[in-house]
Design a protein around this ligand. Structure first.
Ligand code: HEC
Length: 144
């Protein structure tokens, strides 16, 4: 009986996820990016001891999530209203896609060859964070 209840609960969650829609999905994806950076940044700043295994794991997760950045599925035409996604996305789709591809390539290279010390982690975070910041600068509305 308990097994059945758990399976039903899992199904319920899966259904919620699939009907959530592109806006919720992309915001969840972005939050996952933020969470990965939140794991890495304290080590880059020296607030936490450098932990090579934790760095590799966080980059692995970030890479797996970056691979889910599917522009067509997450940013379908007409999905900008009431969100922080600016109309410029749909006016410059090729550029938006190119930025997604660059982030994926940067993250994938770093996950394949994780930074081995604090200084290299700092440089890696600069690269990753640059992708986030430059896209947000152009395509995400500033909070008023
Ligand atoms: C190619 C463009 C692009 C890249 C690259 C990108 N973002 Fe975003 N991000 C957006 C857009 C557009 C929004 C606004 C989405 C919306 O409001 O629907 C957003 C929103 C967010 C949000 C707010 C989500 C919410 O709940 O409203 C966070 C957090 C975020 N991004 C973090 C990141 C981080 C961290 C990275 C880098 C690792 C990153 N993003 C890379 C385009 C991008």
């Amino acid at each position: 009986m308990r097994k059945f209840v758990l399976a039903a609960a899992a199904l319920g969650l899966a259904m919620t996820a699939s009907i959530a829609g592109p806006v919720e999905d992309r915001e969840a994806l972005m939050k996952s990016f933020g969470a990965s950076l939140g794991q890495l940044a304290p080590m880059a700043k020296g607030e936490k001891p450098f932990d090579a295994a934790a760095v590799a794991a966080a980059l692995e997760t970030l890479n797996a999530n970056a691979a889910k950045f599917d522009v067509a599925a997450l940013f379908p035409a007409g999905s900008g209203a009431g969100t922080e996604a600016l109309p410029a996305i749909w006016e410059n789709m090729a550029d938006f896609q190119a930025r997604v591809d660059k982030m994926k390539a940067d993250v994938s290279a770093l996950a394949a060859n994780p930074p081995a010390d604090q200084a290299k982690l700092g440089a890696a975070l600069g690269t990753i964070g640059g992708n986030c910041a430059s896209c947000h600068e152009t395509y995400r509305a500033k909070k008023g």
